[in-house]
Design a protein around this ligand. Sequence first.
Ligand SMILES: Nc1ncnc2c1ncn2[C@@H]1O[C@H](COP(=O)(O)OP(=O)(O)OP(=O)(O)O)[C@@H](O)[C@H]1O
Length: 254
Amino acid sequence: MTKPILELKDVKTTVKTADGEIVPILKGIDLKIKAGDFITIIGTNGAGKSTLLNTIAGSLRPDSGFLLHNGHDITKMSEEKRTQFIGRVFQDPKMGTAPRMTVAENLLLATKRGKRRFLKIRKLKQNLPRFKKLAAVMNNGLENRLNTFVEGLSGGQRQALSFLMATIERPDILLLDEHTAALDPHTSENLLAVTDQQIKENKLTALMITHHMEDALKYGNRLLVLKDGKVKADINEQEKQNLKVSDLYKYFED
Ligand SMILES: Nc1ncnc2c1ncn2[C@@H]1O[C@H](COP(=O)(O)OP(=O)(O)OP(=O)(O)O)[C@@H](O)[C@H]1O
């Protein structure tokens, strides 16, 4: 049997509050993620969803347990090193992009993820047709703004750019932390549809946090419910197809 693309073994993560208190957040997560899994993650505020993605990305180090990437222990690997195989889109359109650089420059930087980063004008020009094609897929006019400074983009275009940057060098794992939550309903729906299409077309492995039960059911082949730092339910494709939103709310009850 092939190894999971990512495995978490009894992962426990604590955080330190402003007054120095150590609070356990993840309380023993066991998870095997197969290549091609598109997992939606739901759970109440504070359940540990973002902490789980932070622990996978390496921005938080677990206190105990292990993370394995294709069978290799990455528990102690730095966040920077993990960017070679992990792409990430945050909720805040301001994160993950450089505001004082153009869309094309940001994309060129993203192609150099995990490598030495310096930009050559020649490379930028060479890549423009490719970037135009990629941006057009996002279905929101980004392809006409390649020479615009990122700070001048709409929130939706900025999130679309973040998504492109996270996926332009195919990541082994794509982490989406409520990446459409700050957008208006129409823009959010468009980005979710493109996200789904890109994940399917490129056979990406992705984890997506959402507070929308309909989206958690509509997208992906697997659904995780987190509660109080633990996996309360791990629902497979078949089970998921038979679920309704009202069924999901039951997992939030005690
Ligand atoms: N760096 C941090 N310092 C202090 N507390 C933190 C930190 N990160 C998370 N927490 C706390 O840990 C708990 C879990 O946070 P986390 O963001 O993982 O939850 P979540 O399930 O993503 O919630 P939400 O739906 O509100 O985004 C929360 O109570 C939060 O306040």
